[in-house]
Ligand binder design. Structure first.
Ligand SMILES: [Mn+2]
Length: 462
């Protein structure tokens, strides 16, 4: 190899890690910046070893000659890898102090009476932009800066975007999956969470914060691609994706809507594989008597599932419709045991009592849902106080539960139930009061769901 005396420095922001039995290279600034020096990428084990050793032996990443780097290894494969890192620009020329001084003297201060034009005067800055800045990468929207090339059999929890809305009022929900991807990327990199976990004070009482999300293998499956743009193709493609990718590999999914209509094809797909499935439904609205027909509409979720899908049981919590004139359809339900007998409806008042008295909530869940029954959890964000989410909802419903009550509810559900999947729907980016950004709480909600599903998934996998 071409040994020169030029000193090269390992880029300060690149890091290697192991995740899901593969090796990865990533930019530690990914959780702060939209443009990065390197995209998250899988690498071979021997490249991992070389970079890991350089990082260990030269922790301050000082500028070394190629000979110095090669001396760490002393085998020809390492020389090839070092050359590759140099070509990629990961080992980069270090300018000497005198070079920097000389370059700076070209522009500071400008020569008096210089006849040079701007391009000549600032050639050093232009060169640096062309040779370094232009080589940087725009991040693609992926939850928590995760790599996209993960083997499905390793995955415990999968995130799937369903950017579909059913009516004009909820059209802003179709932007939610990618918006939350970007927000999550700017907050955290999953590799770090996988190693270190998070501290969480949800429901602690006279104890230290709990560690969550550590060692969970997460994958972002992107947005569900459908072969055509019909409701029928959404039903078909969702079912085959659930069966052939998620269920086959024992991946527990978190679906990100979209509006609440997406839960209809999801639950319909799950019931085909788990006929005794129960639906746990957190919502301000019962989604039960607002539409008389079976419609692909965000207000018809529960009545659709009762009439179309043989859903065994639905448990709704957080309801707060104070009066409504659509009584005819409710009469149909009230007078038909086959419909009424599958409902377990709870007002916001009832839910609040349950969250304050977990033992009564536990008792209720144990009495109504046989142990081990597969459950699907659907979270319509309008169960929250509208202000708690800056009114970014399709149909905000005023005062509801607060974030801490939602987090406590979810903890109790995971403590008692076998939750095989869940969704977060109705986050509507077209509706905004211009209030404080509450998106970080949705990221916290996603993290809590990953933790709950991940822990349950581990028992399937082992
Ligand atoms: Mn709903």
């Amino acid at each position: 190899m071409n040994m020169s005396n030029k000193k090269l420095r390992l880029l300060p922001n690149i890091k290697v890690t192991r995740y899901a039995n593969q090796h990865y290279l990533y930019d530690i600034n990914a959780s702060r910046k939209m443009v990065v020096s390197i995209p998250t990428q899988s690498i071979s084990a021997d490249i991992y070893e070389v970079i890991a050793k350089i990082t260990r032996e030269n922790p301050n990443r000082e500028a070394w000659s190629m000979d110095q780097y090669a001396g760490l290894f002393g085998h020809p494969r390492a020389d090839e890898i070092l050359q590759f890192l140099k070509e990629k620009g990961y080992l980069r020329n270090e300018k000497t102090q005198s070079q920097i001084k000389q370059e700076e003297s070209l522009i500071y201060p400008p020569e008096p009476g210089s006849k040079k034009n701007i391009v000549e005067t600032y050639s050093w800055l232009i060169q640096t932009f062309d040779q370094e800045e232009k080589k940087r990468f725009f991040k693609q929207p992926v939850f928590f800066n995760l790599p996209t090339e993960l083997k499905d059999e390793e995955v415990e929890v999968g995130i799937v975007g369903l950017p579909f809305s059913s009516i004009e009022l909820s059209s802003g929900t179709s932007f939610a999956p990618n918006h939350l991807r970007t927000r999550s990327q700017l907050a955290y990199t999953w590799f770090d969470i996988f190693e270190e976990g998070f501290n969480s004070e949800i429901d602690i009482a006279d104890e230290l914060p709990k560690k969550i999300c550590q060692n969970i293998i997460l994958k972002d499956y992107g947005n569900l691609e459908t072969n055509s743009n019909t409701i029928s193709s959404l039903f078909n493609d969702l079912y085959s994706f659930y069966r052939n990718t998620l269920l086959k590999n024992k991946v527990r999914p978190i679906f990100i809507g979209g509006d609440h209509a997406v839960t209809f094809p999801i639950v319909d797909s799950l019931i085909k594989e788990h006929p005794n499935l129960h639906l746990i439904h957190l919502d301000a609205h019962n989604d039960l008597f607002y539409c008389e027909h079976i419609l692909y509409d965000h207000a018809a979720l529960v009545s659709n599932l009762l009439l179309y899908s043989n859903l065994e049981h639905v448990h709704s919590f957080g309801l707060r419709t104070f009066y409504d004139s659509r009584t005819k359809h409710l009469d149909r339900i009230a007078n038909d045991k086959r419909l009424k007998g599958r409902l377990d409806l709870h007002s916001i008042n009832s839910l609040k009592k349950f969250t304050l008295d977990p033992s009564s909530f536990n008792k209720h869940l144990q009495a109504t849902i046989p142990k081990g029954t597969p459950c699907y959890l659907s979270i319509d964000l309008d169960v929250l106080t509208a202000e708690a989410i800056a009114n970014q909802l399709s149909t905000p419903a005023g005062a509801g539960i607060e974030w801490w009550e939602l987090f406590s509810t979810i903890n109790i559900l995971f403590d008692n139930l076998n939750i095989i999947g869940c969704d977060i729907v109705e986050f509507n980016l077209a509706h905004n009061t211009g209030g404080e950004d509450k998106n970080q709480n949705i990221i916290a909600l996603i993290l809590q769901l990953i933790d709950g599903l991940g822990k349950q998934a581990k028992s399937d996998k082992s």
